[in-house]
Each structure stands twice: as C-alpha cells, then as structure tokens.
Design a protein around this ligand. Structure first.
Ligand code: KG4
Ligand code: ZN
Length: 331
C-alpha cells in the first residue's frame, strides 16, 4: 500500500459548464486543465443542461491526455480518482461520475465523490494547509449564496443563505436583460467601472437581525429601474454599478451578523462571484482575516476537486454516483 506521501489524486469537475481535470500530490498541484463551454452556451443566454452534458462527453477524454502530458506522468501513476458528485446538473455530473468510476475500476484505484460546495470552501488553500477551524465562508456562486460555519471537513453549518436567487444568478439575469451577454458577473463588473451615477436599489432583508438573504426582489427592482430609464445616457453602467453596490452592501451586512453571532475571526470567500474586485475590496475592510482563492480558482475548476480529494483520500467509495441536490450541511 502506498503512503499518503506518494498519493497522486486525479480530480474531475463536470457539475456545470466547465470540463476540468487536475492532478494533486504531496507537493501541491501538479497540473490542471480546463475547457470552458461559455462559447457554446452564450448564444442561448445561459447554460443549456443537455448541451453541457454532451460537451463534457466529447472533451473529457482528450483533456485527460493533455493533463497527463502536461504533468509528464502515466495514467498508472494516479493513486486515487476524485470527482464532483454533486450538487449540479445531473446530466453533466453523470458524465464525470461515470468517467471517474470507469477509471477507478479499470486502474483498480479508490473512487472519491466530493461535494462541489466543500471544494469551493477549500479552494483558497490549494498548495497550502487548511486553516484552523472553525472558520466562516461566504460562498457566492451562480447557484449558491450561503454563509457557512466550518468545523472540519464534512462538518459544516449553514448560518444563512439566499431563500431564492443566488447573487451570481442576479448578475447573470440582469446582464441578460440589458443585452450584455453571458456570464453576466464579469461583464457587470467591467461595465460598472463606467458608471456616472448611482440608482437607488433595495438592500433586501437587511433590517432583519439574521443572515438570511433574498435577491429575487432586488433583481426585479433592477429590471424595473432599467426599463424605466432605458433611454438615459450611460444607463447600463449605472445599473451595473448600482446592482453591484446593492449586492455587496447586503452581503456584507449579513456577513457582519454571522461574525457577531459566531464570534469567529476568519472569513473565507469563494465561488465565482469571489472574483469580483469591488466585493473583495469591500470585504477586506472588515476587521478580521479574509482569504480568497486565486482568481483562476474562483469559478469552477478541477484543482479544488483534486485538492479536496487529496484531503479526503481515505474516504469510502460513494454509495450513489451522483446527486443533483446535495447540501453542504449534509455531507
Ligand atoms: O462558482 P461558479 O463558476 O459556478 C457555480 O458553481 O455556480 O460561479 C459562476 C458565477 C456566475 O454567476 C458568474 O456570473 C459569476 O460567478 N461571476 C462573477 C464574476 N466572475 C464570475 N460575478 C461577479 N463578478 C465577477 N468578476
Ligand atoms: Zn461552482
């Protein structure tokens, strides 16, 4: 039996619209490759699940060849196969799950099914050590907006979450309404830089002393403000800036509540929206340690999956291969 020191973990990510593979070993990340399907989905203004699954299917095998060539290792050097087991689009997840499962069986290696949200939580610590627990995580992505208290791997408590839309979704839908393209988050961030005024938008649920959130009403208020002032000069930039500011204000108030409630002094911020510089600057003002992933590991990637697989290399094989809904407090 090989010791942990010689483990080389293959990580596979196919939960949404990125097909990604990575290798992680004792000295950290060995190699990682990613194929973004954005160009295929862009024409539809959002991710088309069936198309995502088909793209994963055609890209995953050639990507493994590229990954192994990049790392300069043989497929037989891989000691563990980790993959995103959920949550995500079921058709997309199943491509990665079946591919991982076949590899594990063929190579005679253990199979590790990881939770995509837990992978986002550990993403700032790729090539590092996990920090002391407990720590708080603000997870902001296209599918999730949650404030999580982490006591250890598989020991997460949700302190607050959005009751409806995720913040990434609010950015994506607003960008779509203004005809700015997909994915909306990065476009909103760039467009907001040209703003000349702030339009008044609500800060939903901030009067409540809890960490619960809701962004569906803000999204509607933003759409109405845009439609009402459509012909104004610079309206897109002003809306983009005002939405970004409203979302950041709201999220930060909820994070402040979570800090007060838990008395925890370490905050991790992860998920696609953690790439947003406006949000980063605002969070850095908080009087506690704040860790972000490197920009390339904010959005979906396999480095975080391989890293979590490395941390979980003793896990038993998953009972079911994939799970579309899988809460982080139920791992
Ligand atoms: O983590 P992720 O890649 O996928 C999910 O697990 O959902 O997050 C994707 C989301 C999209 O909604 C995208 O618009 C948003 O992250 N996003 C951003 C930025 N980059 C990506 N939102 C705001 N500012 C950004 N720079
Ligand atoms: Zn994600």
């Amino acid at each position: 039996m090989r010791t942990n020191n010689h483990n080389i973990i293959l990580g596979i990510e196919t939960s949404c619209d990125e097909t990604a593979l990575a290798l992680y070993g004792q000295d950290g990340l060995i190699a990682d490759v990613l194929y973004s399907q954005i160009d295929s989905h862009q024409v539809y203004g959002g991710v088309v699940p069936e198309l995502a699954a088909r793209e994963h299917l055609s890209k995953i095998n050639p990507l493994l060849d590229t990954l192994l060539a990049q790392a300069g290792i043989s497929i037989h050097d891989i000691t563990h196969i980790a993959y995103t087991r959920g949550p995500g689009l079921i058709g997309a997840l199943l491509v990665g799950a079946n591919y991982a499962s076949a590899l594990a069986l063929g190579l005679g290696r253990p199979l590790i099914g990881v939770n995509h949200l837990e992978a986002h939580i550990v993403s700032p610590f790729i090539n590092k050590q996990l920090p002391e627990q407990p720590f708080l995580t603000l997870l902001v992505s296209g599918g999730h907006t949650q404030i999580i208290l982490t006591h250890g791997l598989g020991r997460h408590e949700i302190i607050g979450e959005s009751l409806d839309d995720a913040v990434g979704e609010a950015f994506d839908k607003t960008a779509k309404i203004m005809g700015l393209g997909y994915p909306g988050g990065p476009i909103i961030e760039q467009t907001a830089k040209h703003a000349t005024k702030t339009i008044d938008l609500p800060r939903p649920m901030t009067r409540k002393a809890d960490a619960m959130m809701s962004f569906s009403g803000l999204k509607t208020a933003t759409r109405l403000a845009y439609q009402k002032n459509k012909d104004e000069d610079n309206i897109r930039a002003n809306i983009a800036h005002s939405l970004q500011e409203a979302i950041c204000d709201t999220v930060i108030q909820k994070v402040k509540y979570a800090i007060k409630k838990t008395q925890v002094e370490h905050l991790v911020v992860s998920g696609g929206v953690s790439a947003n510089q406006y949000l980063r600057q605002a969070l850095k003002q908080l009087p506690l340690q704040v860790d972000f992933p490197p920009l390339e590991y904010c959005t979906d990637n396999a480095a975080m999956v391989a890293f979590l697989g490395y941390l979980r290399s003793g896990d038993p094989a998953p009972k079911t291969l994939a799970q579309a809904r899988w809460r982080v407090d139920d791992i």
